[in-house]
Design a protein around this ligand. Structure first.
Ligand SMILES: C[S@@+](CC[C@H](N)C(=O)[O-])C[C@H]1O[C@@H](n2cnc3c(N)ncnc32)[C@H](O)[C@@H]1O
Length: 282
């Protein structure tokens, strides 16, 4: 089967060739592409070619703009095929209901989710802040050793799909508890004595990682593990150093002999990368 890039070259005028995108993100039966402005006049042809290139695809859509805003949405436009923009995505033996218009979801993070699951230790209590449609809580429950995983998500649409995803993955859902709440203003009911301390804290909100840290860090027990997702670009050139300072300001230290490991786990636009900062606290 010729590559998508090759197929597009055969249907688009030569002037458009330098802008051709060869990659798309497959979420269930939806293909998501980001098109440069110069390719927009050809979007219907590109959509049709995409659908023709893979029989499992039902609809092709383009991201209107870079992901942003509180819920990390960018808006999508269908360029071929028919609505709905909701689908079931299968990953690591799990099934996730996703609506690409209403919630954040990245199929490209499947390996990163497995990486975290494999780090978890016997009987752990894990907190995931910014849990979306629950891919991380369910991956931890299915592929890790945690006894309990709690997820907090502010977007009500994502929370509703996350609850559906517990039903889609009943074998593992008994370990997972989900809250529709704002991590920056956790109420006593959510963070009170019943919430307790966690052995592992995953803050999966790169846009607001350093704003969220002071609100959440006290929920991590001494000796616990922190995984903080951040963006690195010219506005934040040294996130590991920034984390060391933020931990010191919160009165928390790094475990004796330990250090912050920066794991690169995504490219999010020109000169912008996603890192997971892993550290064990003292
Ligand atoms: C980068 S997405 C990660 C979602 C999920 N962990 C995943 O991998 O698909 C960040 C998530 O944090 C949520 N979020 C943003 N601000 C929040 C807040 N203050 N409290 C709770 N969730 C928040 C967003 O709605 C979004 O679903």
């Amino acid at each position: 089967m010729p590559s998508l890039r090759h197929l597009l070259k055969t249907i688009l005028p030569e002037a458009a060739h330098p802008d051709i995108v060869g990659a798309y993100e497959g979420i269930g039966d939806i293909a998501l592409v980001t098109l440069p402005d110069r390719l927009l006049p050809y979007r219907a042809q590109i959509g049709k070619t995409l659908l023709a290139s893979n029989a499992r695809l039902r609809v092709a859509a383009r991201r209107r703009q870079a992901l942003g805003g509180e819920f990390r949405l960018g808006g999508v436009e269908i360029i071929a095929g028919e609505p709905p923009l909701s689908t079931i995505h299968k990953e690591n033996g799990l099934r996730f209901a996703v609506d690409v218009e209403k919630v954040y979801f990245s199929a490209r993070l499947a390996d990163e989710r497995l990486r975290l699951a494999r780090l978890s230790e016997d009987g752990e209590r894990v907190l995931v802040a910014g849990s979306g449609v629950a891919p991380l809580p369910l991956t931890l429950a299915a592929h890790g050793k945690a006894a309990e995983v709690t997820g907090i998500e502010k977007n009500p649409d994502a929370h509703a799909l996350a609850l559906a995803n517990l039903r889609h993955n009943r074998r593992h859902s008994h370990k997972v508890t989900l809250y529709n709440a704002d991590c920056l203003t956790l109420t006593a009911a959510e963070s009170g004595p019943d919430f307790g301390l966690f052995n592992r804290l995953i803050i999966a909100m790169p846009e607001i990682a350093f704003a969220a840290l002071p609100h959440l860090i006290d929920l991590l027990e001494p000796g616990g593990f922190l995984h903080l997702y951040v963006f690195q670009d010219e506005t934040r050139p040294q996130p590991a150093q920034e984390l060391a300072k933020a931990l010191a300001a919160a009165g928390r230290g790094i475990a004796t002999g330990g250090s912050i490991a920066a794991i690169r786990c995504g490219h999010c636009g020109r000169g912008r990368f996603r890192y997971c900062l892993d550290v064990r606290l003292g």
